[in-house]
Ligand binder design. Structure first.
Ligand code: AMP
Ligand code: GLY
Length: 427
């Protein structure tokens, strides 16, 4: 019997989830924006806001869904998993309570402290801006300033890296965040490990490195993520032996402390001179990281999610062993002053062997156009990160100059810089 699956979300991450599921189930999707890639893979696509819990549960019931997969954090925060579970449709995604691991950074740090999850930086929580500013004054700087709620990855300011202490205080004064977390600034290189979680068990996938900064050389403002790479092994070139296993220990501790957690658990780690520390958790696949992980998955995603639903042991996760490089094409000026309305000149055919994933595009009669968000991503695969990078770059050659790409992601020069950075920190 083929399962009927409802996918919630319409970005690049969800296009990758759709592709991983499409051949193995009857797929329906809903999202606030129409993603042409998902639409082509799905039997039906409804325009429904990702946070409209009632409409999503009603659509799931209409199509007689056997289960649902939730992509975006906004849906988790709104309680879409709760609404679907209550409607009798198993949701692969945590309920709002467990999703607080991502949606409330103050909860996240207190949870780590109380549950003895390793890798927690020193932190303090403030619901008063003046007190937070006093704390910044009293510290020697070197703090990360984090609004407690969701900010699309763009709310964090790191003192001594992106801003000065005075700028951080001005930022807090000018914003109206209810609560902020101030924490030890972690120094090193970041990596992501995503795991499938259900019924108190987890299955991890290879590490990925995302690039949050807008411009080459990690300059400029933070973005939703400009691209990412993964290697032929579960680890990454700058990581030390033991780092990946330390990340798995963290994930294991979270799963033990949250036995009701289901869905994807995403750990963002800083590989520091003294081992990995936790930057944050997300309660879903990363975007772009899903586009590195899902194309190399040899275990069927449908087998993972049905095992989760049926309370069966999760299948072992086999991966192809290919390295991957994902590069996003974003509108010129993104993220601060994005220029929309540029015709998209890359399609699945012109991408060749690389994979193409649509994110935010405007579908008009004569083609696809950019909006103000990330437009599309390509993923190259190969027997080395360099080979995967070459495949991705070739696919982007036709992209034109009204979109911007971080050319440096996955290049040997950038990999070498990361390795050198970590070597210097460990000396
Ligand atoms: P988040 O919204 O938690 O993903 O944070 C966005 C980015 O801010 C992370 O990817 C890191 O680059 C940076 N960041 C967050 N927390 C810290 C920290 N404690 N130390 C250094 N950088 C951090
Ligand atoms: N790649 C960062 C995120 O998905 O939040």
């Amino acid at each position: 019997m083929t399962e009927t699956v409802l996918l919630i979300g319409g970005g690049g991450r969800e296009h990758a989830i759709a592709r991983a599921l499409a051949g193995d189930c009857t797929l329906y999707a809903c999202a606030s924006v129409r993603n042409p890639g998902i639409r082509r893979l799905a039997e039906g696509f409804e325009t429904i806001s990702e946070t409209d819990t009632e409409a999503i549960a009603a659509f799931a019931t209409d199509i007689d869904a056997d289960l649902a997969v939730i992509g975006p954090e906004s849906a988790l925060e709104a309680g879409v998993a709760d609404a679907l579970d209550d409607a009798g449709v198993y949701a692969f995604g945590p309920r709002a309570e467990e999703a607080r691991l991502e949606t409330d950074k103050a909860y996240q740090r207190r949870f780590m402290r109380d549950a003895d999850v390793p890798g927690c930086p020193d932190f303090a929580v403030f619901d008063d801006t003046d007190a937070a500013c006093d704390y910044i004054d009293a510290s020697d700087g070197d703090l990360a300033v984090k609004p407690a709620g969701l900010t699309g990855g763009k709310g964090v300011k790191v003192i001594g890296d992106q801003v000065t202490a005075d700028e951080a205080k001005a930022y807090l004064q000018a914003s109206d965040y209810d609560r902020v977390v101030l924490e030890e600034r972690l120094v090193g290189e970041e990596f992501t490990v995503q795991a499938f979680v259900a019924n108190g068990e987890f299955r991890a996938t290879p590490a990925v490195q995302d690039h949050k900064r807008a411009y080459e050389g990690d300059e400029g403002p933070n973005t939703g993520g400009m691209g990412s790479y993964s290697d032929t092994s579960p680890s990454l070139p700058f990581m030390r032996e033991g780092d990946y296993d330390a990340a798995l220990d963290v994930i294991e501790a979270v799963v033990e402390a949250l036995p009701a957690y289901k869905g994807v658990l995403y750990g963002q780690f800083m590989s520091t001179a003294t081992g990995p520390k936790v930057v944050e958790f997300n309660a879903r696949f990363g975007d772009p990281e899903a586009m590195n992980t899902l194309p190399v998955l040899e275990t069927s995603l449908i087998d993972v999610v049905t095992a989760a639903r049926d309370d069966d042991p999760l299948p072992a996760i086999d991966v192809s062993g290919a390295a991957t490089v994902c590069k996003y094409a974003v509108p010129q000026g993104y993220p601060t002053d994005p220029d929309s309305g540029a015709r998209i000149a890359v399609d699945e055919e012109s991408a060749g062997d690389a994979l193409l994933y649509y994110a935010s595009v405007d579908e008009r009669d004569d083609g696809l156009y950019t909006t103000t968000s990330r437009s599309f991503a390509v993923v190259g695969r190969g027997d080395s990160i360099e080979a995967a990078e070459a495949e991705a770059s070739e696919a982007l050659a036709a992209a034109g100059d009204r979109v911007r790409i971080r050319e440096d992601i996955g290049t040997q020069a950038l990999l070498d810089r990361r390795v050198t950075h970590m070597r210097e920190l460990r000396e």
